[in-house]
Design a protein around this ligand. Structure first.
Ligand SMILES: [Ca+2]
Length: 296
């Protein structure tokens, strides 16, 4: 201890009782002020920064065209190839894949599945169409021009949505997992988990690969998640509530949708205009919407 410090302590010790009490009260007041400032910072700034980090970006779908859609189609897969719109439909005994002219909508042809198969998502790669089944663990490979069956492949788990990045196929199974499959034998070759601010996003359904992003319908919701295929992070949500047909709006409409299974489920990328085609199971309409900008 230095002589100077010892001198200061001795001076304080020798202070009158009143002066020492004053110093102690002042010190307490300073502590209270510092604590209050800290609390103010925590309450004011930290929660808002956390909330900002957790706040997802949501944009509303902007329709630019409305077209008729087969209201009996239990849509499970949708993609566009040139001027032909491919659509796979589900339900036991009613499952099929249909080709129509786009945008005229003229029916071209269809291939029906055996009644024991529940059709799910579809995608085309290398001139072949892959068509999933729900719980039957079979993927049918069809010729893209004739829709004739070329081969049947197997996989484990449920089949929901399907799309392709041009190299591999991506399958959803109703969870937050998206599995990559080899485009020749359909063997799994990788997977990601879709997360929104770290929280897994389950019920991923119909899929579409759009310019390096994975678009996914969320089953029984009006939302589409735009997912980074590397990280699985959701970069953007598209709110399609404004697209829900009037027959499924209101209390009666929502009840009808619950009873029939009608819901948003169909995304196809129109490359030449960089727009999206959107529809749903048992929807009487097909929309063309603008593709929103994605924050990077
Ligand atoms: Ca699709």
């Amino acid at each position: 201890m230095s002589g100077q410090t010892e001198h200061v302590i001795m001076c304080v010790w020798r202070m009158p009782e009143q002066a020492r009490l004053f110093l102690l009260k002042k010190e307490r007041r300073v502590s209270v002020v510092i604590y209050a400032l800290f609390l103010f910072y925590v309450l004011l700034f930290v929660p808002s920064e956390t909330a900002a980090a957790q706040k997802s970006i949501v944009v509303r779908a902007h329709p630019i065209r409305v077209m008729p859609h087969d209201a009996k189609a239990f849509t499970q897969g949708l993609f566009l190839d040139g001027g032909i719109l491919y659509e796979s439909e589900g339900l036991y005994g009613r499952s099929r894949i249909v080709r129509r002219e786009f945008p005229q909508g003229r029916f071209l042809d269809a291939e029906h599945l055996a009644p024991e198969y529940f059709g799910e998502g579809c995608a085309m790669i290398g001139g072949n169409i892959f068509l999933l089944t729900w719980k039957e663990e079979r993927a049918f490979v069809l010729d893209k021009t004739t829709l004739s069956l070329k081969k049947t492949l197997s996989y484990n788990g449920e089949g929901w949505g399907l799309t392709t990045d041009g190299t591999v196929l991506w399958r959803s199974d109703g969870s937050a997992v998206l599995t990559r499959h080899d485009a020749t034998n359909f063997f799994p070759v990788g997977r990601i988990v879709a997360r929104d601010n770290g929280v897994p996003v389950p019920l991923l359904n119909e899929l579409e690969w759009v310019d390096g992003w994975l678009y996914a319908n969320i089953w029984k919701s009006d939302k589409i998640a735009v997912i980074d295929p590397q990280s699985g992070d959701v970069a953007l949500w598209i709110d399609c509530s404004g697209l829900v047909p009037s027959i499924y709006a209101g209390e009666d409409g929502k009840r009808r949708a619950r009873e029939t299974g009608a819901c948003l489920n169909g995304i196809a990328w129109r490359r030449e205009t960089d727009t999206l085609l959107i529809t749903g199971k048992l929807w009487p309409v097909l929309y063309e919407i603008e593709r929103p900008d994605i924050p990077r």
